[in-house]
Design a protein around this ligand. Structure first.
Ligand SMILES: *[C@@H]1O[C@H](CO)[C@@H](O)[C@H](O)[C@H]1NC(C)=O
Ligand SMILES: *[C@@H]1O[C@H](CO)[C@@H](O)[C@H](O)[C@H]1NC(C)=O
Ligand SMILES: *[C@@H]1O[C@H](CO)[C@@H](O)[C@H](O)[C@H]1NC(C)=O
Length: 150
């Protein structure tokens, strides 16, 4: 009886409400020591899950619960970012333009739709993603330079 109530409350803890539906949340990453090459492998897995497969759930198992978020429109924490992105992601799949990793930082330069360029920067802490910054640029109506933004 006591055990089953604990399980139910654990399930409730990892769920949020998006558009009135209960969406399960991923279990956040637990920080363990990792070498630079292990971090790079985890980063590549995260990029594949997040940007290629749009598998937000698996991607956010690599993110700590106390995620430091520098995007001004999203609060700190794995759950806050997961909730915002899971409400958004279905609209478009990003196209990766450049990708780099230099421990503990990983960068993804990508194209969102045809009008927005984004650079996401992530910082690792051991096996987990701890912090995120992004820089977002929209194609201007009239460009001085005829080269495309992408
Ligand atoms: C981007 O432009 C291409 C080529 O014009 C078009 O086929 C595609 O549907 C556009 N994608 C979006 C998300 O608007
Ligand atoms: C890494 O994670 C541990 C455990 O949450 C935390 O105590 C530590 O401050 C973090 N270090 C960095 C550099 O983020
Ligand atoms: C872009 O250029 C056109 C034609 O010169 C002009 O009508 C329009 O106002 C410009 N748009 C912006 C956002 O500057």
């Amino acid at each position: 009886m006591r055990a089953s109530r604990t399980i139910i409350s654990a399930i409730l803890t990892f769920s949020g409400t998006v558009f009135g539906q209960s969406t399960p949340r991923p279990v956040p990453c637990t920080v363990r020591p990792a070498s630079a090459s292990q971090q790079e492998q985890i980063f590549n897995t995260f990029v594949e899950e997040f940007y290629v497969k749009s598998d937000l759930f698996d991607a956010f198992t690599h993110v700590v619960s106390d995620y430091i978020q520098h995007n001004p429109n999203i609060l700190d924490g794995n759950a806050a970012t997961f909730d915002v992105l899971s409400a958004r992601l279905s609209t478009s799949t990003p196209q990766i333009l450049h990708l780099a990793f230099s421990a503990p930082y990983g960068w993804v330069h990508h194209k969102d739709g045809n009008s927005t360029a984004i650079v996401d920067v992530y910082r690792f802490n051991g096996t987990c993603i701890q912090e995120h910054w992004d820089v977002i640029q929209t194609v201007p109506a009239n460009s001085t330079n005829p080269h495309p933004l992408f």
